[in-house]
Design a protein around this ligand. Structure first.
Ligand SMILES: Cc1ncc(COP(=O)(O)O)c(C=O)c1O
Length: 449
C-alpha cells in the first residue's frame, strides 16, 4: 500500500491556472473606496507592481511561471501527496483519504508560493521595501523569507493577539530579517485611530491591512503585499492543485470531494481551482471550504460590496463578508480571522460551484489531535479545519454506507502553535461561535453602493 506520491523536480508545473478564464460568471469589478467607480490599473499602482496588476485582471487561462520563481520554489516543491492510511484506520472509515502537504516549505505553509512570486515581481520593478499584515504569522514569515532570498526589506504588522500568542513566529520573521510590529500600532494614522477608540484592541487582519496599506501608499520606495484574497494571490497558489492532479494520477483513485480551510481563500483556491476546471468541464466533484464558527464568512456573511480592511482605505470588492468592522474572537486559527472572502471564491459559492461549512474551535483541535496521533504531522490550527472537515465527510459517507475518495489540503504545520494545543489538552479552549446579535451589528457597517 503506497503512502507517499512524489513528483520529480522536473515535473513541477510550469504554468499557473487562471480560473477567471473559465468562470461562468465573473466577479464584479473592484470599486475605488472614494469615488465608488470601477478601479483602473492607476488606482492600484501605488500599492502593487504592474506585473501583479496585470495578473489581477488577466483572463488568460494559463500564465507562465518565470524560471527564477521556479528555481526558488524547487527548494521545497513539488510537495508530497499522502494517502492517510493510518487516519482512515483510526477513524474506521471505508472512504479513502488523501492529503497534499504544504507544511514542507521553510516557513511551514503554502504561503511562500505567492510570497516568492510577489517579492520577485516587486524586485524586478525596483521596489525596495514591502509592507504587509499577518495573522498567525504564517504569511508574515513567508514574505520575510521571500524578502531575504530576493533582497527586499519587509515590514510586518502582526495582529496583536497573535503577536502575544506566538512569540516564536515573530522571532522567525526577525530571523529572516523582517521588522515586526504589533497591530494596532501607534506608527500609522489607522492604528492610532483604532487605539483611540479601543485601547485594548486585540487587532484583526482588517486593521493590520489598513496599517500596511497606509505605510506603502505614503512611501514611494515601498509597495504592499497581501497574503490572500486577491486574484493574483489565488493564481500563484494553483501550483498546489496542478501538482496534485499529477500526483492523484499516480494513485488508483480520483477525488470525489476536495476540501480546504478558507480564511481569505488562497490555500482553498490553490488545491480547488484546478479541480474546479475539471468540474466546470463536466466532472462530478464536490468542493468544500471549511471556516471557523467564530468567523463564518461564507456560511453566515452577506454577498455584498465591502472594504478589504477595517478603516476603509482599500478598494471595495464584491464578496461574502461579515462587515469590515467585524472583530472576530481571538481564536487560534489566526489566519482564518478575516471578515471577507476572495471575490472569486465568493462568486463560486454564490454560483453553487462550491460548498461551505463552519466548525467550532474545540472540534477542530479534536480532529487535529486524532490526525497527529495517526499521521504524525501536527496541523496548523487553520489547516486543522480541513482535517476535521475531511473526517466529518468520511463519517457522513460511512453513515450513508458509501465509500468515497476524499482529498484535502494540509496547508501548514503547527509547530509554532503548541500553546493552542496546550490549551486544548488542558480543556481551556473557549467556544467562540459568533452570535446572531454580533453578526447583525457588524453587517450594519456594510457600505452603501
Ligand atoms: C497554514 C494556513 N492555512 C490556511 C490559512 C488561511 O488563509 P487562506 O484562506 O488564504 O489560505 C492560513 C493563513 O494564515 C495559514 O497560515
Amino acid at each position: 500500500m503506497q503512502t507517499k506520491y512524489q513528483l520529480d523536480e522536473k515535473e513541477i508545473p510550469k504554468k499557473w491556472y487562471n480560473i477567471m478564464a473559465d468562470l461562468p460568471n465573473k466577479p464584479q469589478p473592484g470599486l475605488h473606496p472614494g469615488t465608488k467607480q470601477p478601479l483602473g490599473p492607476e488606482d492600484l499602482a501605488p500599492l502593487f507592481p504592474m506585473a501583479l496588476i496585470e495578473q489581477e485582471v488577466s483572463l488568460e487561462k494559463y500564465i507562465d511561471i518565470p524560471e527564477e520563481i521556479l528555481d526558488i520554489l524547487t527548494m521545497w516543491r513539488p510537495t508530497p501527496l499522502f494517502r492517510a492510511h493510518r487516519l482512515e484506520k483510526a477513524i474506521g472509515t471505508k472512504s479513502k483519504i488523501y492529503y497534499k502537504y504544504e507544511g514542507v516549505s521553510p516557513a511551514g505553509s503554502h504561503k511562500p508560493n505567492t510570497a516568492v512570486a510577489q517579492a520577485y515581481y516587486n524586485k524586478k520593478e525596483g521596489v525596495k521595501r514591502l509592507t504587509t499584515e499577518t495573522g498567525a504569522g504564517q504569511w508574515g514569515s513567508s514574505l520575510a523569507m521571500a524578502g531575504s532570498i530576493l533582497g527586499l526589506d519587509v515590514k510586518v504588522y502582526m495582529v496583536k493577539v497573535s503577536y502575544e500568542q506566538k512569540p516564536y513566529r515573530r522571532a522567525l520573521m526577525q530571523a529572516w530579517g523582517a521588522d515586526v510590529l504589533a497591530s494596532p500600532s501607534n506608527q500609522t494614522q489607522s492604528g492610532r485611530s483604532i487605539l483611540e477608540k479601543s485601547p485594548d484592541s486585540q487587532g484583526s487582519l482588517g486593521i493590520a491591512i489598513s496599517e500596511a496599506v497606509e505605510e506603502a501608499a505614503q512611501n514611494p520606495e515601498a509597495k504592499y503585499a497581501l497574503g490572500s484574497v486577491l486574484n493574483h494571490v489565488l493564481l500563484h497558489q494553483t501550483i498546489i492543485g496542478e501538482e496534485c492532479i499529477k500526483q492523484m494520477a499516480m494513485t488508483p483513485d480520483y477525488p470525489d470531494v476536495v476540501i480546504a480551510s478558507a480564511g481569505g481563500g488562497s490555500n482553498f483556491a490553490g488545491i480547488a481551482f484546478p479541480y474546479l476546471r475539471e468540474k466546470i468541464a463536466g466532472k462530478d466533484i464536490r468542493v468544500v471550504a471549511v471556516e471557523p464558527t467564530a468567523c463564518p464568512t461564507l456560511t453566515k456573511g452577506e454577498f455584498s460590496y465591502d472594504f478589504g480592511d477595517t478603516v476603509g482605505l482599500t478598494p471595495m470588492v464584491k464578496m461574502y463578508t461579515l462587515g469590515h468592522e467585524f472583530m472576530p474572537a481571538g481564536i487560534h486559527a489566526g489566519g482564518l480571522r478575516y471578515h471577507g472572502m476572495a471575490p472569486i471564491v465568493s462568486q463560486l459559492f454564490h454560483d453553487n460551484l462550491i460548498e461551505a461549512v463552519s466548525l467550532e474551535q474545540a472540534k477542530i483541535f479534536e480532529g487535529a489531535a486524532v490526525f497527529a496521533k495517526a499521521e504524525g504531522i501536527i496541523p496548523a490550527p487553520e489547516s486543522a479545519h480541513a482535517v476535521q472537515g475531511a473526517i466529518e465527510e468520511a463519517k457522513k459517507y460511512d453513515a450513508e454506507g458509501q465509500s468515497k475518495t476524499i482529498l484535502f489540503n494540509l496547508s501548514g504545520h503547527g509547530h509554532f502553535d503548541m500553546s493552542a494545543y496546550t490549551q486544548y489538552f488542558t480543556g481551556n479552549l473557549e467556544d467562540s461561535t459568533l452570535s446572531e446579535i454580533k453578526l447583525k451589528e457588524s453587517l450594519s457597517s456594510l457600505p452603501k453602493v
